[in-house]
Write a protein of this length. Sequence first.
Length: 494
Amino acid sequence: MAKITTIIDIGSNSMRMVVFKKTSHFAFHLINETKSKVKISENSYQNNGLLQEIPMMRAFNAMESFLNIAKNLKSRKILCVATSALRDAPNKSVFLQKVKNELGIDIKVIDGEKEAYYGAVGANNLLKTDSFTTLDIGGGSTELALVINKNITKTISLDIGTVRLKELFFDKNDLAGAKEYIDKQLSTLTLEYKKIGMLVGLGGTARALARAIIQNTDHPFDVLHGFTYQVKPALSLFESILKASTNEKLSSLGVRSDRYDTIKVGTFIFKTILEFLEIKQVVTSGVGVREGVYLTDILRTTHHKFPSNFSVSVKSLLDRFTDDSKQTAYLGNNISKIFDVLSPLHNLDNKYKSYLVISAKLQQIGISLNYYKNTEHSANFILNGLNYGFTHEDRILIATIIKYSTKELPSEKNIKEFKNLLPDIKIIEWLSYIHSLNNLLNSEFLRHSYEYDLSGNIFTIKSSKDHYLIQKSIEKLEKPANFELNLNFNGVLY
């Protein structure tokens, strides 16, 4: 697999490009994302599906610009797929041949089920959820996939799209006709799609609606990928969008200007499908077909899944911002031991151990920016970079553990901004303490093998070596509960 790979997706409404850079075997990160709203299918649905000359020229010009970006980013591999607009067009060969002859790129026109599969691969690997239905509303079609226990079991493509329905129904103010048309398409879905209750929203419409919900609620983390919301409270906002009579009103509801022309159609489709499938909860995905195309390429030997217990975002951050893999491995292993020994005192759910292990491994990534305030830098790296495979709550908790890894325990004031997404302060105090203790025990970078023991209310840390600086630092560490801490260093009890 090339180190830098470009994926181009030609949709009915927009052309999008992503460029990924590999950092190790399976780890990667995004280095460019470009979008052009070329509307290649404009006026085609009212002309027997034929692509029109001006939209095709817009798409060709955008493709040329995309390729310039890819070339200058030193991309060694370019994969280009086209979806509904081209697969439906009787004259698609005109555009495909022009691009191949003049730009040297072969465009792969994929069918609807393959499009649904790619979207499901992206969501399945890069979101933290096991069983769900994906929904990707495009300009010409809508794709759904059913994922059960991390296995993609069904895929389907329906002839429902924002551009298609706008030209056929909404421009004629025929909402009843649009509803009847959608219902007829949905009638082809099997009952399995109704059994999940959890939907992953892919594509522009799902992201636009999620962005509006974030703006209209007190959700403190303005990130789309992994944003989860309950359907019932969101329906009133969807109704307001459908009833909005001006662009100014749409703007006040949190809709961006580049979505004014399709948001009502998209919301109508989205809401209708949510109700039909009896969806209770939606997870917003910032990834989709493009990421799916990339992942099926790099994961072609592993059935399009990451190996178990592999975190692409953690590995990518470690690859880019740490130098000593032995140190990070030691910190992760050692903090796990401390958590286990102290479990009778803290009584925390075992799930918190995984957060501590990740926080220990990523503790020092902020030093790559600046040693001073490096815990704050690390926290910011995590909030913005620990995106794939983590919920908003996960990212904020790990960042909080690292940011407040000091001799004093975090307070309610420290967690005020994200309090609604964090566990109780007593849990955070314990996690912060264990994390800080783990860091101090390795502050001489010895990767020393300590012995830990808990007898009643007495926690003992034993070492065959003398650690003067470590001993002095641990004595100043504020504890989250009333227990006795003994340090037995080189036979001397402190």
